[in-house]
Structures are given as C-alpha cells and as structure tokens.
Design a protein around this ligand. Structure first.
Ligand SMILES: [Zn+2]
Length: 314
C-alpha cells in the first residue's frame, strides 16, 4: 500500500514560490484522481485500519489519499475526489479550524509572500530564509515557536502578519465534508514540533485537540497525522493512547506500522504520481533526499557569512 499526502489546491503555481511543492492545481489533481480511480485501489483510512488491526493483507495496488492542515481550497479536492468516487482523509489543525489560530509556518509563508524581493535577497532568497527559519523554529520549545518566528522576521526587517495567507476551513465546512463522507483526522491543536512539547503541551496537542474536534463534529476522531512528520517515542505513545492511526511521512521506516504509517508527498504531474506509486520509490526517495540534504549542508558551509550579525542561519 502506498499512502500519499497533499496540502493545497491552487489555480496555478507561481514561479519561484518557496511553497510551490505543497500545491497542486485543480486540473492536475483531477488527472491524479482519474488515474487513481481507473488503475488503483483507493482505500479509506478506516479500511486500512481494519486490514492492519485484523492482520489481513491489503489488496494489490492499494493507495490511501490525504490532505494535511485543512485549508479552504481543499473544498475543491473534495469535489474532485467525489466526482471520481475516491475516499480520502482530511487532517485538520484543530485550533485553526475551531478558533482561527494561524500556525507559525502559515505566518512565515505570509511574510515571505509580502516581503519585498530586496529584503529577501539579503538573506539568500525566499527558499533559504524559509529553510533557516524552519530550522530555528523547530529547534525551539513549542511554546516559543511563534516568538522565535516573530524575532526572526523582525531581525530581518520582514513584515509579520497574523492573518492566514492560506485560509483554513471553518468548522461548519469541515463538518459538511464529514457528512459528504470525508474522513476527518486530527493534525494537532497548533501544528508545533511535537518532540519539543512539554508533557502537558503534548497532552493538549494530541488528546485535547481530539476532544475538541470530537465535540465540534459529534463523532469520534480516530486518526492523527504528526505535524511536519515529527515524532519520538513519547509522541507516538501519546498518539497511541488516544488514536487508532498515527500518519507519519517518508521518514517512517516501516510502510504499515499503524502508529507510524509512512506517507509520501506527491508532485503535480501524473508522471510524479506513477513515480511515487512504483514499488522502488521509497528507496529512491531516501537516496534522493540524502543527496539533497548533503548538497544543502555543503552550500550552507560554503556560504556561511563571516560576521554572524543578524543572519537567520546563525
Ligand atoms: Zn501539516
């Protein structure tokens, strides 16, 4: 079985968008859905869970589809998947859909989209600033994520907006999707690095968000997706106590461990989709990712500024 995840549906991808990799156009998603409906066996996460819980083998060419975070543009994904009769899971950031909370990385995306190009050029461009900011935020304790980001933006002279560049679904819209058959999963309360939470924060992010979503939707919420695919033993334990499935990303070593279900992001073309679905993809992805990581580190060392001043990578 291959589990895939998407984030946003857009009209078109802007060239040089530091977040382009997380977006797919409606036309591209429709082409994915047509291929999946024709040639693959798309399962709901409840069906996957049934197979895993009863140790029954999954059918050949099994695929699971999910969207992470809960953006309003996912309503288009719902129409597309519905028109092809495909089940899917929507993992929502609970405080974003329930309270209008804007997670740190959406604030960063907003700042990058508003920043004058000269301001970003001084930091090596949007993509480099984004990577450096992400490293700094993810390394900080969860209760410091927003403050660390605000400090970085301030130091770099970049705008800091707290409204969402990518609006989230309202809870009524999420509930409407649920009625239409979409599986609603929990993607934490605020999308922090869960491995940097205190025990009380972890409980809030995993069990607290689940309770709030269940109260709002009037239904059990059984599935969880780790924000940014980050987990450690205590995070997995917290999720296992409260949820039936913990959906991870490509870093999970086993494809079908229920609390570390391996998922892959997928590029926009049908060729990208077929690539991800090929049996040899996990090994190839790992190798490509390792090469990318190495290149990035070499570049970082080569371009490290002599005076550390306000450089965000410092
Ligand atoms: Zn996410």
């Amino acid at each position: 079985m291959r589990a895939l995840y998407y984030h946003r549906v857009v009209d078109r991808r802007a060239a040089g968008d530091a977040y382009g990799a997380t977006a797919i156009t409606a036309a591209e998603l429709d082409a994915h859905a047509a291929e999946l409906a024709r040639n693959w066996r798309v399962l709901s996460l409840a069906e996957v869970d049934d197979h895993l819980a009863s140790s029954r083998p999954l059918p050949a060419r099994a695929v699971h589809l999910s969207f992470d975070d809960g953006y309003r543009d996912n309503l288009r994904a719902a129409e597309i998947f519905e028109s092809h009769g495909l089940p899917w899971t929507l993992f929502v950031v609970a405080d974003a859909v329930l309270d209008g909370f804007v997670p740190w990385y959406v604030r960063l995306a907003g700042a990058l989209s508003d920043a004058p190009p000269e301001a970003l050029a001084a930091h090596g461009g949007a993509a480099r600033f984004k990577e450096a900011a992400k490293r700094a935020v993810m390394a900080a304790p969860a209760d410091r994520h927003l403050a660390v980001l605000a400090d970085l933006l301030h130091a770099a002279g970049l705008p800091h907006h707290t409204e969402a560049l990518w609006p989230f679904l309202s809870v009524d819209e999420v509930d409407d999707l649920r009625r239409r058959g979409v599986e609603i999963g929990n993607h934490s309360a605020t999308h922090p690095n869960l491995t940097r939470c205190s025990p009380a924060e972890l409980d809030q992010e995993v069990a607290g968000s689940q309770a709030r979503l269940e109260a709002a939707l009037g239904r059990p919420v059984r599935f969880f997706a780790y924000p940014d695919g980050r987990f450690d033993r205590s995070v997995v334990t917290a999720v296992g106590r409260t949820h039936d499935i913990g959906a991870a990303t490509w870093t999970a070593s086993h494809p079908l461990a229920p609390l570390r279900l391996r998922r892959f992001p997928v590029g926009p073309g049908v060729g990208d989709l077929l690539d991800v679905l090929s049996p040899r993809y996990p090994a190839r992805y790992r190798a490509r990712r390792a090469k990318w990581e190495l290149r990035r580190q070499v570049r970082r060392v080569a371009t490290r500024p002599r005076s550390h001043g306000q450089h965000v990578a410092g």
